[in-house]
Design a protein around this ligand. Structure first.
Ligand SMILES: NC(=O)c1ccc[n+]([C@@H]2O[C@H](COP(=O)([O-])OP(=O)(O)OC[C@H]3O[C@@H](n4cnc5c(N)ncnc54)[C@H](O)[C@@H]3O)[C@@H](O)[C@H]2O)c1
Ligand SMILES: C[C@@H](O)[C@H](N)C(=O)O
Length: 373
């Protein structure tokens, strides 16, 4: 009995200890073994030397998707080219490979991931690997492995090596029983996609590791992200990127969501700015570890009208994809991000008109606009 009492007192002290995790020295260390793939620290690099400044040394997982290359560019500007390593399981395009350090990393290979963190003295990790909502529904076992098992690997390595860890969540972490207009930070979360379920799991596990082990976990729930120079990876909000390419190439766009489907959206520069800001925010400013961020909300019809201000002859038709429509109908229509705005000064720069004109100036539609006028 005395042993049971001592253990339960220790556990209740742990559970009551505050956010910083001070005094909790236990970390979830897995068996230390020798990786069969031990390589010299610089084996995979075409540029190897880290600066000796105080800059964080950054690893981005899943970095060849829609968001990772842009994030690397922003972070390299801030912290130096060689302090930011992009990684993925895909082969990088030439311009990406030559823009800074790139390394192969499969997040399901725990030892290899640990080796990369150790050999490169990583201090900040941005965990971008994931299968998004539509591709996740098409391959649930793979989505479960990448989004859940992969996250477990990342969490353990981050806790073991005292990293600051950023994991993005999404509007997809909410479901049909959540309040949808607006959706606050704290409310019912019962998503009906494997993507959403894995992201709620990531939010909860990250926060648990923060309170239990003192892990510096930071998480933003992104809206659908719109970018000009990178393609979306198979989500429900992809239509809002595709419309620009089709408008310029063919003047026709077939939308796979109904015209009145309202979803929160954001231009990539705002998304990446928020990501860096929350990672740089002083820990004392963060009253929470998972925040909604928001910029605008629109329907396909409203986006098409704004695009038609630039390409008046654009013809839009609708051919609804039932899987994507059901997902979109269960997601927030508007996102309440007042906590992010209050705690660390989040402020977006792009509303719908600025987003559309910026996309067209990137995609070089000037000649078409001139023709249209
Ligand atoms: N793009 C958006 O609209 C959006 C919105 C909300 C949240 N997010 C989140 O932001 C993050 C990045 O999104 P994205 O749009 O760039 O995704 P993406 O689908 O474009 O890219 C994901 C990357 O993960 C990689 N990957 C897959 N399996 C892997 C594995 N086993 N090991 C390592 N890498 C692997 C893929 O090769 C791919 O390059 C994701 O976590 C996503 O959930 C994105
Ligand atoms: C919203 C987001 O997480 C992603 N773009 C998707 O649609 O799946």
């Amino acid at each position: 009995m005395p042993i049971v009492k001592t253990v339960s007192r220790a556990v209740s002290q742990l559970l009551q200890s505050s956010g910083c995790g001070c005094g909790i020295s236990i970390v979830p260390v897995r068996c230390i073994g020798v990786s069969p793939r031990q390589v010299a620290s610089d084996a995979s690099f075409h540029s190897v030397s880290f600066s000796e400044s105080d800059h964080p040394r950054v690893l981005i997982t899943g970095g060849l998707g829609q968001l990772g290359v842009g994030l690397a560019k922003l972070l390299r500007k801030q912290f130096g080219k060689n302090n930011v390593i992009l990684s993925d399981i895909r082969k990088p395009a030439d311009h990406v490979f030559h823009s800074g350090p790139f390394i192969y990393s499969d997040i399901l290979d725990y030892k290899n991931l640990r080796e990369i963190v150790v050999n490169n003295r990583i201090t900040w990790l941005f965990h971008y690997s994931a299968l998004l909502s539509a591709v996740g529904e098409a391959n649930v076992p793979l989505a479960r492995a990448v989004n859940i098992t992969g996250l477990h690997n990342v969490l353990d390595i981050a806790a073991e090596h005292n990293l600051r860890l950023f994991v993005p969540s999404t509007i997809g972490a909410f479901g049909p029983t959540s309040p949808r207009d607006p959706t606050p930070d704290l409310c019912i979360q019962r998503p009906r996609t494997i993507y959403g379920v894995s992201k709620v799991h990531a939010e909860l596990m990250g926060e648990y590791y923060h309170y239990r082990y003192g892990l510096d976990f930071r998480c933003l729930r992104y809206p659908g992200i719109i970018s000009a120079d990178s393609q979306p990876g198979g989500g429900t909000t992809d239509y809002a990127v595709q419309i620009f390419h089709d408008a310029i190439k063919t003047g026709k766009f077939q939308c796979n969501l109904k015209p009145d489907t309202r979803l929160p959206m954001m231009y990539i520069d705002d998304c990446l700015k928020a990501t860096l800001e929350v990672m740089e925010a002083p820990a004392e400013a963060l009253t929470m570890r998972t925040y909604n961020i928001s910029a605008m909300s629109f329907t396909p019809e409203e986006l098409a009208q704004e695009v038609q201000k630039h390409i008046p002859e654009l013809q839009v038709t609708y051919n609804v994809d039932e899987v994507r429509q059901a997902i979109a109908d269960s997601w927030p229509m508007n996102f309440d991000d007042s906590n992010a705005r209050r705690d660390w000064g989040w402020k977006h720069d792009y509303d719908l008109p600025e987003l559309v004109s910026t996309m067209f100036s990137f995609l070089g539609s000037d000649s078409r606009i001139a023709q249209a006028n």
